[in-house]
Design a protein around this ligand. Structure first.
Ligand SMILES: [Zn+2]
Ligand SMILES: [Zn+2]
Length: 140
């Protein structure tokens, strides 16, 4: 939490209770929630907070690089407080998004070099499949 205080002070941004709540929620979650999920989860503690406020808080947190935005599909934005590059996998049945640990694709940034005149900085890898729970359901 020290991190967010320092960064917001540095960038001269207002650290509102809503922004802190959105960030805290993301830190506590491995689920890669959407804005709607965060909005619903914070309703109890912040009954007057609108979905628009959640979106604005998320945008600010992305801008200061405290969180990352994942675009796992058309109009399907998810948020992650883990800003280290790591691959994600989404279930095509229930839409859950999980991290894939223990592997990274940094070497892709080098591999891609002969095919582009860009100075490659990063990449985002998404996999799609059927999660364990949905596999169980299918076999029932
Ligand atoms: Zn699933
Ligand atoms: Zn992640």
């Amino acid at each position: 939490m020290e991190n967010i205080t320092n960064i917001f002070r540095e960038k001269k941004l207002k650290l509102t209770p809503q922004r802190i709540a959105v960030y805290k929620y993301l830190l506590s979650s491995k689920q890669h929630p959407s804005a709607e999920t965060i909005y619903k989860a914070l309703q109890r503690d912040f009954p007057t907070m609108s979905l628009a406020t959640v979106y604005k808080a998320l945008k600010t947190l992305v801008d200061v690089e405290l969180i990352q935005e994942l675009n796992v599909g058309e109009g399907n934005f998810r948020y992650d407080a883990n800003t280290n590059p790591h691959p994600h996998i989404q279930c095509l049945k229930c839409a859950r998004v999980d991290d894939i640990d223990g592997i990274d694709f940094k070497e892709l940034n080098v591999k891609i070099k002969p095919y582009t005149d860009y100075d490659v900085i990063c990449n985002q890898v998404y996999f799609y499949g059927i999660c364990k729970d949905c596999q169980k359901e299918q076999s029932n």
